[in-house]
Design a protein around this ligand. Sequence first.
Ligand SMILES: C[S@@+](CC[C@H](N)C(=O)[O-])C[C@H]1O[C@@H](n2cnc3c(N)ncnc32)[C@H](O)[C@@H]1O
Length: 232
Amino acid sequence: MGQKIYETPDDALCATDRFYESQEGFQYTEELVRNWLTRYVNLPETGRVLDLCCGDGIWAYGMKCLKPRLELFGIDVSSGGIDKARTLMAQSGDAGNFIVGDVEEKLPYPDAFFDLIFARGPGLYNQHEMDRPETVDVIEHWHTKLSTRGRFYSIFASTPLQMGTYTAMENVKLPYNRCPRKSNAVDFKGGKFHHTIQSFLAPFWRAESIDVVEYFFIKNNHVLVTKKRECE
Ligand SMILES: C[S@@+](CC[C@H](N)C(=O)[O-])C[C@H]1O[C@@H](n2cnc3c(N)ncnc32)[C@H](O)[C@@H]1O
């Protein structure tokens, strides 16, 4: 039987809070997270890192364990997720840096603040037409928060056989994705869109203030590394 779908994005958000508050969540093991980060992410030794759409914070926690001198920050629209992330980060002194917020609005950080932004599965990437001007604007805004040495990791799961199509709402795990959502920057039909390389990279190619550093596809994940374009 399919999972419950929601009438409004607010209902879906409440259910997402419960999803994280319960023992359910995504249930990545610390070992999987550590191994994945070690193999595929070039973590700096020091500096500030933002986990954008951090969920329950398991990826931020993994980064902190691997590089204890990093200062970790996290933001997610789900208060249930942020509560979990603060608990996980409690021993590290970074727990207070984990806040509830909508990343499709202006980010509450100074420009050039972060040496790494790690965005694994942000809601914005679930829509199929990511290269609309309003969406590109949001992605460019995120990059203004990078330092000159900063890198932005965009990670998004897409199954090759399903590329170009949606998984239906009732079949996705995250409750927040079991409701359509529409704003200037988002035209999300609910469910999960499986991006081709072309549709995933399109907004980054279009953005005038972003350079692509590296792209690879590994274990059904697009991994894209970008940076802020330097002024000439
Ligand atoms: C697929 S989950 C990924 C969570 C985490 N990054 C991970 O990899 O385990 C997507 C997350 O994005 C959050 N999210 C979606 N849209 C958001 C928005 N506009 N602002 C902040 N968080 C958002 C959801 O609450 C959810 O925690």
